[in-house]
Ligand binder design. Structure first.
Ligand code: V47
Length: 354
């Protein structure tokens, strides 16, 4: 059967067929992805009012793509105290933030108690604030560094108020590319195991893919299909987030960057291939807001959020250091022909901006 016909019949594609999707022209792919997106969500585009906090940039691991960690091209080390973290949270809550997205470097100086204590203090003060925290890479780091099992770390996260896990640390699952990019960090298998264990606790998470560097199209398809396989078992992933590689201030030498067309094709293919992950997020911090708005027509139904401040991608050149004003964000989505829907972190609808 022709691949387009298969997609139209909503039949699951194989790895080979996934790779072949890239040979279709952008408009055909966009049309297919948009049909699926519209079937699921109509013209709704989801976002949340969130704040990213990156409490430390001191890192024991070395990832070539990272411009955020200290001691590489960025000599300015910092580690926030719990009081500093709480001060940020206080201000964000005043600005109507409903989700704190907390991701740190792998700091060998502070211990598990520093990570967990911060979550506990936030949750005690703001029981209704959603804490999305700890990438699988952080879970693996704390486990390795301090001799706790993954189960113990995940249980501690729940006890201390972490509500969901972000999708970071997935990078590219292909073992050879991964070894080149971030040798020594959480392996692909471990990343998937950690998310599986989290889902088995009745909790939800996201999954990212860092693309547009040294990986091939086939590596992206492989990455997506490993996620699809796990999702078949657990159903715990809410969103898939293709992160466009940012090139500044890091140690990864890349000669060819993806075009807008290639990025849009990748979003559309994610929508088509990942038939069991509900949301495809165009994370505007790495795609630029303009491309994220167009991505709504190529299968993406989620634009992340207002962000307020972000330090990881912006260190590598992204324009997300300052976030976006709610009114601007809503206005842009409306002007692009979609219906902005403020959601909570688990995709319950809070407000439809009709
Ligand atoms: O895993 C690091 C990425 C991720 C670069 O779950 C880079 O909703 C691009 O996890 N260029 C952390 N990306 C961010 C993350 C995230 C972001 C947005 C939403 C969610 C979610 C999760 O940042 C890391 C890494 O892949 N990253 N350096 C760079 N140069």
């Amino acid at each position: 059967m022709d691949i387009i016909e298969k997609v139209r019949k909503r039949e699951r594609l194989t790895k080979k067929e996934g790779e072949a999707l890239y040979d279709l022209d952008l408009y055909t792919l966009g049309e297919l992805a948009d049909e699926i997106r519209t079937e699921k969500f109509g013209k709704k585009s989801y976002f949340n009012i969130n704040r990213h906090i990156n409490p430390t940039n001191v890192c024991a691991d070395i990832c070539k793509f990272c411009a955020y960690s200290a001691s590489r091209k960025n000599p300015n080390q910092y580690t926030m105290s719990h009081e500093q973290i709480l001060e940020i949270v206080d201000n964000s809550v005043k600005n109507a933030t409903k989700e704190m997205h907390i991701v740190s470097a792998h700091n060998p100086n502070d211990g598990v108690a520093w990570y967990m204590g911060a979550f506990r203090k936030i949750k005690d003060k703001y029981p209704n604030l959603h804490i999305k925290a700890m990438t699988a890479a952080e879970v693996d780091f704390l486990s390795r560094e301090y001799g706790h099992s993954y189960d113990e770390i995940l249980d501690m996260m729940i006890e201390n108020g972490v509500d969901s896990m972000p999708g970071g640390g997935a990078e590219i699952f292909d073992e050879k590319v991964r070894e080149y990019l971030c040798k020594g960090k959480v392996t692909s298998k471990q990343w998937l195991t950690i998310h599986q264990k989290w889902h088995e606790r009745g909790k939800e998470s996201n999954a990212t893919m860092l693309f547009g560097h040294v990986e091939t199209r086939a590596h992206r398809i492989d990455h997506m299909l490993r996620l699809r396989d796990l999702q078949d078992k657990t159903g715990g992933f809410n969103a898939f987030i293709p992160l466009v590689y940012q090139r500044d201030n890091n140690f990864l030498k890349v000669t060819e960057y993806p075009s807008g067309q290639e990025i849009l094709k990748t979003y559309a293919i994610a929508r088509i291939l990942l038939d069991n992950i509900p949301h495809i997020k165009a994370y505007w911090a790495t795609s630029t807001i303009n491309l994220a708005l167009i991505a709504q027509e190529f299968g993406c139904d989620d634009l992340d959020g207002t962000i307020e401040k972000e330090s990881i991608q912006s260190a590598a050149g992204a324009s997300s250091a300052k976030g976006m004003h709610l009114e601007d964000f809503v206005g842009l989505i409306k002007n692009s022909g979609f219906i902005p829907v403020e959601r909570d972190s688990l995709y319950n609808e809070l407000k439809v901006y009709a």
